[in-house]
Ligand binder design. Structure first.
Ligand code: MG
Length: 290
């Protein structure tokens, strides 16, 4: 199932995307004002209701919001999790204080503030005066279903509700200058998400999915999820070792090579640029730098 949060009369509503991804059906007749976060939290009851929902009204010109517009807490994000990207990041000089092209031996986990989340087709603010070095990072994002602590690798995927796409937009100068990545990763509108939240049963072989991005139509990133250094079960195992994962938590799994700082000289985003991030079967998000 592909679910969306859309805006109608200034309010948020839950929708289901059918067919080729262009038809959004209004689920309010089935679940009322339930949000996707609430639906995920009560999925055992709500999931079958949504799956069984028959002919629902089609929403014309639905304005899609991020699937979970107000996250329960900050996004867990993973740095340097694709081999080639580790090399380009190390070479760039932006990897401080320990500049290194070595592969990490443990996942590097940081966070993005909830307030950085924005819709799949909304503008990304350029924040002049705060940053002059805007970059893009196309990523597979995991949405947790059943929470838990001390989750094993073997059981990890049972805790996954589904997947979506995130552009882990990054202010490289802020990331570099402040050493800790929170500020550089968390500027408002710097986490476009969507376009849909896709249930895990619909995704199939995770490793076969391909993560890609373009800037103004020019291909920049392209890699299979199989290239992750630390795969999804490992990330869930490591994060949940001492932190209780909660339903609706989002884990951005890292980005492949081909980001702006991977070029020499770097190719930062400029106002008016259009960034598209896509993943096989999960659709594509497209955002203009405003
Ligand atoms: Mg990232």
């Amino acid at each position: 199932m592909k679910l969306v949060t859309f805006s109608v009369d200034g309010r948020e509503a839950l929708g289901r995307v059918d067919g080729d991804g262009t038809t959004v059906r209004d689920l309010r007749g089935v679940v009322g004002d339930l949000s996707l976060l609430e639906a995920i939290t009560a999925w055992e009851r709500v999931g079958p209701q949504l799956a069984a929902a028959g002919d629902l009204p089609v929403v014309e010109d639905a304005r899609l919001l991020a699937p979970i517009p107000e996250l329960r807490r900050d996004i867990f994000a993973v740095g340097k999790n694709y081999r080639e990207h580790v090399a380009e990041f190390g070479r760039s000089g932006y990897d401080t204080p320990q500049r290194s092209e070595d592969l990490p031996d443990k996942p590097i986990v940081f966070s993005k503030a909830t307030t950085s989340v924005t819709g799949p087709f909304d503008d990304v603010e350029s924040h002049p005066g705060v940053t002059a070095e805007l970059d893009y990072e196309s990523e597979l994002a995991v949405i947790i279903g059943t929470g838990g602590r001390g989750i094993s690798r073997e059981q990890a995927l049972e805790h996954v509700w589904g997947y979506t796409i995130i552009n882990d937009v990054t202010a490289r100068d802020v990331q570099r200058d402040h050493k800790q990545w929170l500020l550089g990763k968390s500027l408002d509108t710097h986490a476009p998400m969507g376009p849909w939240a896709v249930t895990a049963d619909e995704v199939g072989d995770l490793a076969a999915l391909e993560v890609s991005s373009t800037v103004n139509g020019e291909p920049r990133q392209k890699a299979p999820v199989a290239d992750l250094i630390f795969d999804v079960p490992e990330l869930i195992r490591v994060i949940s070792a001492g932190i209780t994962l909660l339903p609706g938590d989002v884990i951005a799994t890292g980005t492949p090579a081909g980001v702006g700082i991977g070029f020499d000289p770097p190719r930062f985003l400029q106002r008016g640029d259009v960034v598209e991030c896509a993943i096989t079967g999960l659709g594509a998000i497209r955002n203009t730098i405003a």
